[in-house]
Design a protein around this ligand. Structure first.
Ligand code: TRP
Ligand code: ZN
Length: 905
């Protein structure tokens, strides 16, 4: 490993402009798996904005074999080679041309960063700092250059040769070789460079963009996957149309390509004109992909396409500004998916579809980002420092970053937000800029001072808003008193916290009959709407509504208008009322979640003390009403009837006790199953989707609710009826959503005391045989088993250890490693946190194994124990031992940063 030296901390405050600029670069590749030769010819000049010394040119390079350097065509002697790159002295005074030749070894590159081989084909991944593993360069995002790329390779082995931009030449060479030449007309930072070479095939479409120019769109995959590319292509075309319509942004290249690769560290990468995707976010047909896969593909295709403007045309000055592109682009993909699910029409159905998407996004934020903010890796949306930048592609930068962008839109409306975006591109197109630049554009376009809003970028931790309400019946005044703070933030978060935030706090008031009351704030002439966004800017602030004729029930933080925790003491009655009546669908869902969370946490406390469990019938009744309410969409009912996850619940406890949470959640699920048995059965029948599979949100919602009903039924004391349904569903399924849900139900039913495991085992074996050649489906097969419910005589760790030996398991493939190892370590908390520490020992082994192969993936897994201090003393001690073991053995900067922060906190 190259990065074994003591961890250097990089700080935002230390930013300095580069000493040199690279205006253009010509790259030539002779692609050979174990020995690729790279010729890199750069036109350089001194940066007029540089501060300090430019006597030597310091180029970054890692894991490269240096061959030669020439300046203006003459062999150059003053070159010092180090682990981190080249230092070149004796530089000419004016502009100059530097040509470097070096060699790299893609065949042995298991890190999947830089140039690597996957299934015999070549791919690159350069964000954040992978380009320096291909050639020596100023590998930082504020150095933007135009690129010309020549690829040469054996024609039979690598018939397809792709890079960024436009194809400007191709032809044959001696010895069965051929070449292709590509030119990208737009300046870009090195992290957006890409090349692909190999045996690939594509589907293509020609479309006309908004201004009438013809565009060639391609989706490239391995030959056996050609029948799984249509949804990605449709998603791409929809993305192009949406960005034209919503933001007036057009595709700027003549050609836009998507390539799928099965070995990939993350979801996808927005390389200019040549997006490279994890196969998981491209390949889909009804037999192999679930509804969730279909919608993830739409979202990720959109995300990468939207980066073409937010990230590529306007990029980041330095990596501390990562959320400038990621938060904004996540916001854009969320809005895109919401608009797609809502269709072209307005009205109740589309509002419900948008709300469903919003709920799903907030669930991810609260489950994952809030947990991150509570632990040792907590950091602001714009971090102040890092050791390894790859560790900062986080929930905070992405998901909280998106919430921060969403707040501008909540404050200024869609039109105001659009004005801000227009000004942003007008000012910064072609430049590498900062989060401050973005905020100033939004502020200036809306004539607002947003200085206070900067705190959303600089403060870590999840803000808490506590609410007190008082009603003065005589004066008909209703006052909400809000207080903001951070509660017991983690130490990592506390360091960054300053003054109060500007929180857009959306509220409504609900009357006795369940309808919204008109809202008139003190000082206003007349009522104005039934939902108001209060601008909450002080530590303590009161808002008074007048003309309030009855004591209302407040609906707080409608549509989750800010990424905060709201503390307000609703009674169970009030929550049941909100669940039945709130006009804000998000808060309707939220009321049900609060009700369930409160009940589950009380159950968990009792379970921890070994007391018997019992449930409030009122809670069951509230859920029954949702199940019966066919005015609600199936998708909404599914979300409302899903209990909060075990990891979310454990995090809400003063001391996390995964076993107690599991007992509580299983108990409540079984009570819901038995008390509402007939309703679940009726719901199952009413939500079948016969006929041809369509991946549309309406059908997906039905399948989701139907399969949730099946999951509840599988938990009955006597699950025989559910098993029959599941078996029939498995056999008859014409799509992966239904087939995998049936398999999962069979596994769940087999976890019941005294159940026969034979049926589930047979289905698992059948599933494997059917889909043996579909890697993404086999990932599901591993994940289903790793996340299955365990029991006293079903220790999932033993099943997982056995599956590690399976011929289809391969730790080098990140999707496969995630499907088994990560699924178990983060998707099965009750089993992972087994009292004997067996889960932690497994975790330590796998982090250490991955550390030597793929530090980025290893570091993700390493984060699995970061909340160790919050657990029961018995678990805490065993987690600490596992962390210490890992810390003593791992070498990569990536994993070291994670475990050292976890141990230090
Ligand atoms: N920029 C990519 C995105 O958000 C994600 C990304 C960053 C990435 N680093 C990566 C993808 C490394 C793969 C590998 O879309
Ligand atoms: Zn992104």
């Amino acid at each position: 490993m190259s990065n074994t030296t003591a961890a250097a901390v990089i700080r935002r405050q230390d930013y300095t402009p580069p000493a040199f600029l690279i205006d253009s670069v010509a790259l030539e590749f002779d692609l050979v798996p174990a020995r690729t030769v790279v010729k890199n010819t750069m036109k350089l000049r001194r940066n007029p904005d540089a501060q300090g010394d430019a006597s030597r040119l310091e180029l970054m390079g890692e894991q490269l074999e240096f061959v030669s350097a020439k300046i203006d065509g003459v062999a150059h002697e003053d070159v010092r080679i180090s682990e981190n790159g080249l230092s070149i002295g004796n530089i000419p005074a004016g502009d100059f041309e530097l040509s470097i030749e070096n060699i790299c070894n893609p065949a042995e590159n298991t890190t999947l960063s830089g140039l690597y081989v996957s299934s015999g084909n070549f791919f690159t991944q350069c964000e954040a700092e992978g380009f320096r593993r291909i050639t020596y360069f100023l590998d930082r995002p504020d150095v933007m250059s135009t690129y010309t790329v020549t690829l040469r390779a054996d024609k039979a082995a690598y018939p397809v040769l792709l890079s960024n931009g436009n194809l400007i030449g191709e032809g044959d060479l001696p010895d069965g070789r051929h070449f292709a030449q590509w030119e990208d007309p737009f300046k870009k930072p090195s992290y957006l460079f890409a090349l692909v070479a190999g045996k690939l095939v594509c589907i293509e479409e020609r479309i006309r963009s908004g201004s009438g120019k013809e565009k060639l769109l391609q989706v490239w995959v391995e030959p056996q996957d050609l029948d799984k590319t249509h949804h990605a292509m449709d998603s791409l075309i929809n993305s192009i149309r949406w960005d034209e319509k919503r933001f007036g942004l057009e595709l700027d290249l003549d050609r836009f390509m998507i390539v799928a690769v099965s070995d990939f560290n993350m979801g996808a990468m927005e390389n200019k004109g040549l997006n490279i995707f994890n196969t998981k976010y491209v390949l889909a047909n009804p037999e192999t992909a679930t509804d969730t896969d279909f919608s993830n593909i739409e979202a990720v295709v959109g995300h990468e396409y939207f980066h073409n403007w937010t990230g590529n045309r306007v990029t980041c000055r330095d990596w501390f500004q990562l959320s400038l592109k990621e938060g904004l682009t996540v916001f854009r993909d969320q809005e895109f998916s919401a608009d797609m699910s809502a269709g072209d029409v307005d009205g109740a159905a589309s509002a419900a579809a948008r709300a469903t998407k919003r709920i799903e996004d907030v669930r991810v934020l609260r489950q994952m980002q809030f947990a991150e903010d509570a632990g040792p890796m907590a950091h602001p949306v714009r971090p102040e420092s890092y050791v390894e930048i790859n560790n900062f592609y986080t929930m905070t930068v992405y998901e909280k970053g998106s919430e921060v962008v969403r707040m501008y839109q909540t404050l200024f409306g869609r039109d105001g937000f659009r004005r801000g975006m227009d000004l942003y591109f007008q000012r910064f197109d072609g430049q590498a800029v900062t989060c401050d630049d973005f905020r100033h554009a939004l502020a200036d376009a809306n004539q607002r001072d947003l200085a206070q809003f900067e705190r959303w970028y600089s403060q870590a931790g999840t803000p808490r808003v506590s609410v007190r309400a008082s009603y003065d019946a005589a004066k008909k005044r209703y006052t909400l008193s809000l207080a903001q703070g951070y509660g017991e933030a983690s130490e990592a978060a506390r360091d960054t916290q300053g003054g109060p935030l500007l929180i857009p706090f959306s509220v409504g008031l609900i009357g006795k009959n369940g309808a919204d009351l008109p809202l008139r704030l003190e000082g206003e002439q007349e009522p104005n709407g039934t939902t108001r966004v209060l601008e909450f800017t002080e530590r303590d602030q009161s808002f008074t509504f007048v003309d309030v004729n009855e004591a209302p029930l407040p609906s707080l933080l409608r549509n989750f208008s800010a990424p905060v925790i709201v503390e307000y003491d609703y009674t169970n009655d009030e929550l049941a009322f909100l669940l039945a009546h709130d006009s804000d669908p998000f808060n309707r869902w939220e009321a049900g979640q609060r009700l369930a969370t409160r009940e589950l946490l009380a159950l968990a406390e009792r379970a921890a003390k070994g007391e018997t469990l019992a449930i409030d019938d009122q809670v069951i009744a509230a859920f029954a009403r949702v199940l019966d309410d066919t005015t609600l969409t199936p998708a909404f009912r599914e979300l409302a009837l899903m209990l909060p996850s075990e990891s979310y619940l454990a995090e809400q406890m003063a001391v996390s006790d995964p076993a107690a949470v599991h007992a509580a959640r299983v108990f409540m699920s079984r009570r819901l199953a038995s008390q509402l048995r007939d309703k679940w059965l009726a719901t199952y029948e009413a939500n079948r989707t016969p006929g041809e599979y369509r991946p549309v949100s309406e059908d997906a919602g039905k399948r989701g609710l139907k399969n949730l009903a099946l999951a509840y039924l599988s938990q009955l004391d006597d699950p025989r009826e559910a098993v029959k349904l599941a078996q029939a569903q498995y056999d008859a399924a014409n799509n992966m959503t239904d087939r995998s849900a049936a398999l999962s139900a069979l596994l769940l039913a087999s976890a019941t005391k005294g159940a026969d495991a034979g049926v589930a085992d047979a289905a698992l074996a059948d599933f494997y045989r059917r889909f043996e050649n579909e890697a993404l489906v086999i990932d599901k097969w591993f994940a289903l088993q790793a996340t299955q419910r365990g029991g006293p005589d079903r220790k999932v760790i033993e099943i997982v250890r056995k599956l590690m030996q399976h011929q289809a398991f391969n730790i080098r493939n990140p999707n496969r490693a995630r499907s088994l190892i990560f699924s178990f370590c983060s998707g099965n908390p009750a089993q992972f946190h087994a009292a004997d520490g067996s889960g932690y020992a497994f975790w330590a082994e796998q982090v250490i194994a991955l550390d030597a192969l793929n530090p980025q993936v290893a570091a993700r897994l390493a984060r699995g124990l970061e909340l160790w201090r919050r657990f029961t003393p018995q678990l805490r001690e065993k987690m600490h031992a596992a962390l210490s073991e890992v810390a003593s053995k791992v070498k990569s900067r990536d994993v070291r940063e994670v475990v050292e922060k976890a141990l230090a906190a």
